[in-house]
Design a protein around this ligand. Sequence first.
Ligand code: ATP
Ligand code: MG
Length: 147
Amino acid sequence: MKTDNKFSMTVLSRSTNESFIRSVVATFAAQLDPTVEEISDIKTAVSEAVTNCIVHAYKDSIGKIYITCEISNNLLTVKIRDKGVGIENITKAMEPLYTTAGDERAGLGFAVMQSFMDGIKVRSKLGSGTTVVLRKNISVRYGTARE
Ligand SMILES: Nc1ncnc2c1ncn2[C@@H]1O[C@H](COP(=O)(O)OP(=O)(O)OP(=O)(O)O)[C@@H](O)[C@H]1O
Ligand SMILES: [Mg+2]
């Protein structure tokens, strides 16, 4: 598939970088002329994925988060990868309300990513890390006012 545009970046898993990554991805996605709602969906999903790297993957440490963003035609693909603890059972982890963080978290991150994006793929290996791939189709509307 032809790639129209792409960027990659690596950041440390510091909580301040959650809003930083979210803004960078949103700014990159802006070239597709998304609606306010589409941008908001992307920001929310990216936040959830990055927060998971910070609070779960590198729970008691600081590690690297690898982000790759690609635009091909009207499809935005965001890949968020960590080399943290990994997920033992992905199917279970993606169930709404499932969390390993007790009362601290709601267990809704993956459910949010699923509902706000058009596609999500998760790969993980215990002890090696996790990759989350998020996809969003940005609608094309010619000659209509944008929100
Ligand atoms: N990058 C990751 N590395 C390791 N474990 C992860 C990662 N992402 C998710 N998990 C595991 O999957 C579970 C479910 O994740 P999800 O984002 O749905 O909920 P949560 O993070 O526990 O709560 P919330 O997102 O509502 O704050 C987590 O509790 C954690 O055990
Ligand atoms: Mg989460």
